[in-house]
Design a protein around this ligand. Structure first.
Ligand code: SAM
Length: 283
């Protein structure tokens, strides 16, 4: 079944008496080459478990099923479950779960369904919860190898930005602690039903199997990133001293010891610089 065809999607949904739900971020892919490319990019070996968030009617799910040993797809919309039962019937390696990903115990799910396989995530994410879902995944403690996700193009640019660029933000610096994000390709809005207002892009985040940066205080490290970007226009010395009781001279000294001018703004610091700064301040 061609699950990217508009008439097929409409018929499957009409049979269940449901329509596309904007509130669940339902923009379904209607160009079959895109789910193929996303599935292909998600891993370079077969014996994996792929966790998909939001399978919709299953266009990406079936491409994952053809390439990986096990696919677990978590879909919040109860109305799509009977459709997926039909469209995924021929794929014995697919398990569909009706749940909200943000309320799912990921460690328990992976333990139960993964059967010892390495696990990655692959999804065309619902845009209204992109950042919460990414944070939920990376903070879950589950050792995902990678997250290959379609997100709004601007979000993709943020996730993959370099320190000092206009797109660089708190999420970029935080994500840099967990792994490395790469922009794979962009997807224009006309490839979706209904077309969203903005274009999209696929990003692959390869998560570090062991932490690359080990700040002495993770709390201070994340707190410094938050302070830096909450007050983006301020110098980092002012942003940090507004939130922490360090004397401004001590913060300036720490920055210059790391090779930055004392009046630097936070957006120039890469993840590793925030780690070094938090260590210099916690001395
Ligand atoms: N994978 C399909 C595709 O590429 O055409 C659908 C992608 S659509 C952008 C997002 C999907 O995520 C929808 O099926 C939606 O119902 C589902 N979804 C939205 N919020 C969710 C949540 N909190 N947990 C699980 N699935 C969710």
């Amino acid at each position: 079944m061609d699950l990217c065809r508009i008439d097929v999607i409409r018929r499957l949904m009409a049979e269940q008496n449901i329509t596309l739900k904007k509130g669940y971020g339902q923009n379904f892919l209607i160009n079959p080459t895109i789910p193929e490319e996303i599935a292909e990019a998600a891993a370079d070996k077969r014996d994996m478990m792929m966790l998909e968030i939001g399978p919709g009617v299953g266009c990406l799910t079936q491409e994952l099923a053809l390439r990986y040993e096990k696919v677990v797809a978590v879909e919040i919309d109860r109305g799509l479950i009977p459709i997926l039962a039909k469209t995924m019937a021929e794929y014995e390696n697919v398990k569909v779960i009706n749940a909200d990903i943000l309320k799912t115990d990921l460690a328990a799910l992976v333990e139960k369904e993964g059967e010892g396989r390495e696990v990655s995530v692959c999804a065309n994410l619902p845009y209204y919860i992109t950042t919460p879902v990414l944070m939920y995944l990376i903070e879950s403690g589950v050792p995902f190898r990678s997250l290959t996700v379609m997100v709004q193009k601007e979000v993709a640019e943020r996730l993959t930005a370099r320190a000092g660029s206009a797109d660089y933000g708190a999420i970029t610096a935080v994500l840099g602690y967990y792994g490395e994000a790469k922009m794979l390709f962009t997807v224009t809005a006309d490839n979706f039903l209904p077309p969203p207002k903005v274009d999209s892009a696929v990003v692959r985040i390869d998560l570090y199997p062991a932490p690359k940066y080990t700040p002495k205080s993770k709390e201070l490290f994340f707190g410094l990133i938050k302070a830096a970007f909450e007050m983006r226009r301020k110098t980092l010395v002012n942003a940090i001293s507004a939130r922490y009781p360090y004397p401004k001279e001590k913060i300036a000294e720490a920055l210059t010891s790391l090779g930055f001018p004392a009046d630097v703004r936070g957006e120039r610091l890469a993840t590793e610089d925030f780690a070094a700064l938090s260590d210099a301040l916690s001395l």
